[in-house]
Design a protein around this ligand. Structure first.
Ligand SMILES: NC(=O)c1ccc[n+]([C@@H]2O[C@H](COP(=O)([O-])OP(=O)(O)OC[C@H]3O[C@@H](n4cnc5c(N)ncnc54)[C@H](O)[C@@H]3O)[C@@H](O)[C@H]2O)c1
Length: 440
């Protein structure tokens, strides 16, 4: 049953160091811990929900890891995260007051501190700048998706990823499904040719709405926007790029990360129209066209009260592949029929038990830290930026109403995020209107 795991993990651009992954370390907070020459020191940039989760996973990934530095734009966010992590991981969290950095330049102070690994989980617009600083400073990186909100930012990330490779630094992306064993096995089969030549497909990320933070007295306009970053395309990339990108990443993975020829689509805001929702859309419908006329249709929405769907379905000459992130269904039908439920019961039970115990977010860090220990750097740069570009291209096509080629998207000069900002900066972009908003 392990017939092709090695092969398809390689094809999928994922390095797995299964044998060196360290088992669950739930004991971490209870065991006395002392600094030694093998200790890996971790710094967290962006101490919100995901960053706090990622820090915990880093601490669980290896017996000799401590958190020594934290950076956030806002003091309250940093302190809440620190208290959560300290409560859970005890003496593995050793962040002195002098290593708690606050402000929009906090990341710079953190990368200049004595950390070995940096976790990047601030809003997406900052990622090109934060990643570049971390790699320039010679740090290994866990980098949450997405990596850029516009093509100039993404080109900078591509360059930085190449630099990380040249410096032998690990760069692991937050595209968590690539670290999920059932997805590795299912898409691995597709990459192995088990459904034959792919003729077409559909993917979805249709969901409800997300949080909103009411404006507080004393907040500047920029602070209000930063605290509600999801709703400003120049901070988040829009929900297609920020959230639904996971669905794009999965179908791109199954397509061998090859470049589509052109992208077209539509989108808008029908339900989430209040000004408090900034300038993002609430739905997109896109077509990714590959060579030989193969098309993948992608739909996403954030609209409360609508039927949810988060799945990838591909039709090949010899069968179909179906992956449902909500129900956990993973199957191949046709000539080489396979399904996850039977694999768990009959053939690969231990592999899946491990997956369940560790979880995909944990596996990301297990593999990152194992790669550092083994001095075999992981670099997700190439495929992670490809998936980011597909999402950007989809947004460009929907916003402008124009069909966009892959190369046009890659070379786009459109800048959404203005770069250096302060809490006093005032900045806004209008809601895009297809046919009027130009492709640039
Ligand atoms: N892989 C996944 O499944 C997954 C899940 C959730 C979020 N994410 C990604 O993680 C990132 C963070 O999302 P979140 O849900 O934790 O958001 P969040 O709002 O909870 O956290 C973001 C944090 O960054 C801080 N911040 C803002 N600007 C900053 C700056 N310039 N420097 C340092 N810190 C800054 C904010 O104050 C906040 O504490 C996003 O890119 C998001 O897309 C990934």
């Amino acid at each position: 049953m392990n017939y092709s795991r090695r092969k398809f993990i390689k094809t999928a651009g994922i390095t797995t160091i299964g044998s060196t992954v360290i088992p669950n370390l739930a004991w971490a907070s209870k065991t006395p811990w002392t600094l030694n020459s093998n200790t890996l020191k971790v710094g967290l940039v962006g101490c919100g929900g995901r960053g706090t989760g990622a820090a915990g996973e880093a601490l669980n990934a290896d017996p000799n890891v401590i958190l020594t530095a934290m950076a956030d734009a806002f003091e309250d966010q940093l302190q809440t995260s620190f208290n959560t992590l300290k409560g859970k991981y005890g003496n593995k969290v050793q962040v002195p007051e002098s290593n708690k950095f606050v402000g929009l330049d906090a990341y710079r102070k953190l990368v200049d501190s004595d950390v070995d690994v940096v976790l990047l989980a601030a809003p997406p617009c900052f990622r090109p700048q934060h990643l570049e600083a971390a790699v320039n400073a010679g740090k290994h990186v866990f980098c949450e998706k997405p990596f850029a909100v516009d093509a100039p930012g993404l080109r900078r990330v591509m360059e930085t990823a190449r630099k990380a490779g040249a410096k032998n630094l690990s760069l692991v992306s937050g595209f968590c499904w690539r670290y999920h064993q059932p997805k590795r096995d299912t898409f691995g089969r597709v990459l192995d040719g088990q459904i034959g030549e792919i003729l077409g497909g559909e993917a979805t990320y249709n969901t409800g709405e997300l949080w909103f933070k009411e404006r507080q007295r004393g907040w500047s306009d920029m602070e209000y926007k930063l605290r509600n970053w999801l709703y400003y395309n120049w901070l988040s990339g829009d929900h297609l790029v920020e959230q639904a990108i996971h669905g794009i990443d999965m179908f791109s993975w199954a397509m061998g990360d090859k470049a589509p020829l052109k992208i077209s689509g539509t989108g808008g805001r029908q339900k989430r129209t209040d000004p408090k929702f900034g300038n993002v859309y609430d739905h997109f419908g896109l077509t990714y066209e590959y060579d030989d006329g193969v098309k993948i249709y992608f739909f996403c929405r954030q609209q409360e009260g609508t039927t949810p769907s988060y799945a990838v379905e591909l039709t090949g000459r010899d069968g179909r592949c179906y992956v449902d992130c909500r129900t956990g269904e993973h199957k191949i039908t046709g000539k080489n029929a396979w399904n996850l439920a039977d694999a768990i019961k009959f053939t690969d039970a231990e592999a899946y038990r491990q997956t369940k115990v560790r979880g995909m977010y944990q596996v990301e860090h297990d593999e990152l830290f194992a790669s550092i220990r083994a001095n075999k750097p992981v670099n997700d740069g190439e495929w992670m930026t490809r998936s980011n570009l597909l999402a950007l291209a989809g947004r460009m096509a929907a916003y402008s109403g124009q069909t966009v080629t892959f190369d046009q998207a890659l070379n786009s000069s459109e800048v959404l995020f203005p770069g250096e900002i302060s809490l006093d900066t005032r900045y806004d972009l209008p809601v895009a209107i297809p046919g009027i908003t130009p492709f640039r």
